[in-house]
Design a protein around this ligand. Sequence first.
Ligand code: KIV
Ligand code: ZN
Length: 505
Amino acid sequence: MTNNIIIFDTTLRDGEQSPGASLDINEKVQIARQLALLNVDVIEAGFPVSSPGDFESVSRIAQEIRGVSVSGLARAVEKDIDSAAKALEKAEKPRIHVFLATSEIHRKYKLLKAKEEIIHLAVKGVRHARKYVDDVEFSPEDASRTELDFLIQVVEAVIGAGARTVNIPDTVGYAVPDHYAAIIRGLKEHVKNIGKAIISVHCHNDLGLAVANSLAAIKAGAQQVECTINGIGERAGNAALEEIVMAMKTRHDFYQRSTRIVTRELIATSRLVSTLTGLRVQRNKAIVGENAFAHQSGVHQDGVIKERTTYEIMKPEDVGYLKTRLVLGKLSGRNALKTRIKELGYELSDSEFERAFEEFKHIADKKKEIFDEDIEAIIGIEKMEVPHIFQLESLSISYGPNTVPTAGVRLKLQDGRLVDNATIGDGPIDALFKAIDLSTGIPGKLQDYNIRAVTSGKDAMGEVFVNIEVDGKTIGGRAVSTDIIEASAKAYLNAVNKVAAMKVK
Ligand code: KIV
Ligand code: ZN
């Protein structure tokens, strides 16, 4: 058995199923590029049959990403598998991931199928996928609530049909570490052909045990872990990649297993996923939270100054925290910004850099100190590759006690024309978005509005994230500014520009 644990990242598939997350194709490709830098072994890029957008993002990622396996999800039915195979046509290392539920609850209420039929369909699905690719993974959905003797039969049958990886999902986060480890041991002991396949684990976090369960399974002999950046995913999420990887690295004495992950890319990856999905990372989140390496109490600070290891079990640099936080300001030039962007691990095209520099100057005029987080927020916006079909020229807002909130906006169109509109609303932001709707002719229904300070201090930049619904589709938009009203208008326009770009296509 190899000493390396295979890291299968499903941020773009299970992670994107997080309520509140919506990624467009360009954003998914960007995340895939960063996952490749992080050196994950497998990227699950999506569920191709589920929507044309998912199909296109899987095929673009398959076409572009090299050196990493790219996986597409499929139910155990031919049309799903055909769609996954087509989306993966250009992949250097394609994997088709077939799943079918096996637990009694799912058999009885969802599938209305007997055990024999489940085995038949699972085998048929795997055989069909093997017609396209050698690398086929099978997941018996809700495995942790499946009778162990039946799970053993299913796993043996799909390996016999050609599955190279058998994944054991704890779909509803029901398992606890000893129980989950016992399932893995049971499979190792009783599935006759288990040596022909990799055992994989996939844990959800409903009881807050996804990482603990995954690690217990590794200890019991699992060789692949499925996880997501920042632990995002359905309901309470999936096992967090960064926590599993750093647990194995920090406690190598115990696990005796390694990964190929370039851990210094963890922070950059976490921030990119958080910025693009709009799902914020809690301050006290292990490894990537803002407080993960911050020491507050005097006793702890004294200890760390005397000897870091008194209160730190990992080095901040090992996960990608940079020591210097404050670097740039109003007087900094192109070269300084370029160097800092490079140090932060980003690559920008010339035009992206020029736009980022322009935005940097604009912000530096209003904000004394520019922190790494500010720069990352600017880059996040510039990398979105959204055409500026409608640009904000100016805005005015009036509101206060006993007045009707009113907003006026002036937008610039691509042909240079200016459009002015003013209207009232239930509050200043409502009025602002309504005035934008009037000017663009694309009325959006606001589903989500989030605002956060990128850094601390009175002059901190505000980052606004919105989700709007247009024609039944949810589209996300983001923007940053030292003025939160301006950031709100720009975030809304960012989403509207995505819709407008789709309409133009
Ligand atoms: O949680 C789950 O069961 C899944 C499968 C599709 C692998 O995500
Ligand atoms: Zn899942």
